[in-house]
Design a protein around this ligand. Structure first.
Ligand code: BG6
Length: 519
């Protein structure tokens, strides 16, 4: 391949640090994981750390320190991590990778989160690793713990000196959602994290932003000319964002019952999908530029319908009842282990939102998410208006649903364009057909898991895929009134497992003369 004639003298473009073929490798560091014994760490975080190591993206000096209340030694932690990796990693088990990773693993037992002596031990362990393995003093902290523990943990971490700045070394904190349970508590939580690191060193994890297909929304929108002229109120009829899961809450009642669907996934994943779909083009892919555009959209979101807010008419919540799913009898939410019989927590939420700006005025954005629905699917469907005039007989166009661009987040990752086409034959009969782009068919390599991307980015200090506190705040601004409204109402409406949610969700769109794409 010829060296570009435009390369500055002495610069080989093949060795340019921005060369996409060069792997981005994280600095040597210690990652201290609070909550390592939790479900998220076992299923996602630890396999992701191993996969990064397996792909050669962690420094050989990388160290992992688990902190928890189990009475474990380092060996016990290693065997727990090995098990998590064997059942959850994407890349094959390779003894050499494992041995290098395991050599940098330590466990520190806390009798409780305010056990000051244990934090002193933690500091010693981290300093010892710094000295033995040459981590350069770089430290990352992953807080995958219930928000109730934040005050204690941040206070202790600050007091034991672990986060004190050191010349040439970095300190970063990754915070797992939920980012508070409303606007006020999110601000408190942010202030607590702000006590241990600077705002730019806080990485708020919304794992949807780590998904390839979510990042692809920006690629589709801003690296093509074709869609942009259609992407506004002149041509778009409405937008549907769906995050449907076919599973129940499993063993997560302790977490889920105090949260519910709106706080669990609407406040973060769904509003982020809305923001990426509706935002203006950023001036670059730098964190500040992307976040600024998302913030403007979130700022413009309202629960009103043409200026009038009626939450009874624009929000719906539901709760799965007992029944059958996939040929199996399943329990209702209230019968799940650990759910109190008086619970009013929703397992389904749907909202009708509007985005008050020139591009989107009058275009409804319908969001819905739920557990125990008909199938697992996450997608954003931009549905276009019908043509103002159809020069065909009415009968030949009767079955048309309207053109749509569907960004398929999962499973079956890709994009579909739904367009009208003539059915072969002697009549002019029109029907909807799909043009599909499927990741699996176009690319040979598997997509990395969201957590691989996010852990790597945080260790590299790359912030674009992490929401800023202002986005968190603006998202709560949208949801707080909804949650307050629901709290004052009775129990959520029951729905059948394996269905597409409560009747109210169908009515939400029917009131506007529309229907969900899958219902
Ligand atoms: C999490 C929610 O953020 O996302 C869970 O807390 C949900 O309730 C999960 O099941 C779904 O993630 P994914 O990546 O499987 O769509």
């Amino acid at each position: 391949m010829p060296i570009s004639a435009t390369a500055p003298q002495g610069v080989n473009p093949l060795l340019d640090s921005r060369d996409l073929r060069l792997p981005r490798i994280a600095d040597p560091c210690v990652l201290v994981m609070f909550g390592i014994t939790g479900d998220l760490a076992r299923r996602k975080l630890l396999p992701a750390v191993y996969d990064l190591a397996g792909r050669g993206l962690l420094s050989p000096a990388f160290c992992l320190v688990g902190v928890g209340r189990r009475d474990w030694d380092d060996e016990a932690m290693r065997s727990y991590v090995a098990q998590a990796v064997r059942s959850g990693a994407r890349t094959p088990w390779r003894p050499a990778v494992w041995e290098q990773l395991a050599a940098g693993m330590r466990f520190v037992t806390l009798s409780s989160f305010d056990d000051a002596a244990a934090y002193a031990r933690l500091t010693q362990v981290v300093e010892d690793l710094d000295a033995r393995r040459g981590t350069g003093g770089n430290r990352a902290f992953y807080l995958s713990i219930p928000p109730g523990w934040f005050p204690t943990v941040t206070q202790q971490v600050a007091a034991c000196g672990l986060v004190e700045e050191a010349p040439g070394a970095w300190r970063r904190v990754m915070v797992e959602k939920p980012f508070g349970h409303d606007r006020a508590s999110a601000a408190e939580l942010d202030a607590l994290v702000g006590r241990i690191v600077r705002p730019d060193d806080v990485f708020r994890v919304d794992h949807y932003l780590g998904k390839e297909t979510v990042q692809n929304i920006l690629a589709l929108r801003f690296a093509n000319t074709m869609l942009e002229p259609l992407w506004d109120q002149r041509y778009v009829d409405h937008v549907q964002v769906t995050m449907a899961e076919d599973i129940g809450i499993g063993t997560r009642a302790g977490y889920y019952d105090s949260i519910g669907t709106a706080r669990d996934v609407v406040q973060n994943h769904l509003l982020q999908l809305l923001a990426l779909t509706a935002m203006e083009e950023p001036t670059s892919m730098e964190a500040g530029a992307v976040r600024a555009e998302k913030e403007k959209v979130l700022q413009a979101v309202s629960l009103g319908r043409g200026g009038v807010t009626d939450l009874e008419a624009t929000t719906v919540r539901g709760r799965y009842a007992a029944g059958f799913q996939g040929g199996e009898r399943v329990r209702g939410y209230l019968e799940e282990d650990g759910v109190p019989p008086t619970s009013r927590t929703e397992t389904f939420a749907a909202l009708r939102l509007e985005v008050g700006n020139r591009r989107w005025a009058g275009v409804p954005f319908y969001l819905r998410a739920g557990k125990r629905l008909a199938r697992r699917v996450t997608e954003v469907a931009v549905v276009f208006k019908k043509p103002p005039f159809l020069p065909f007989e009415a009968a030949s166009t009767a079955s048309l649903g309207g053109g749509a661009v569907v960004m398929r987040i999962q499973p079956d990752e890709g994009m579909t364009m739904r367009i009208a086409s003539k059915v072969p034959g002697t009549h002019m009969e029109l029907r909807d057909v799909s043009m599909d782009f499927a990741y699996g068919a176009s690319f040979n390599n598997d997509s990395p898991e969201a957590y691989e991307r996010l852990i790597l980015d945080a260790l590299l200090g790359d912030a674009p895929l992490f929401p800023h506190q202002r986005e968190v705040d603006l998202s709560w601004r949208i949801l707080d009134p909804v949650i307050e409204h629901w709290a004052a109402a009775g129990a959520p409406e029951d729905y059948r497992p394996g269905s597409w949610g409560p009747e109210g969700a169908t009515e939400l769109l029917a009131r506007d003369g529309r229907a969900w794409r899958r219902s």
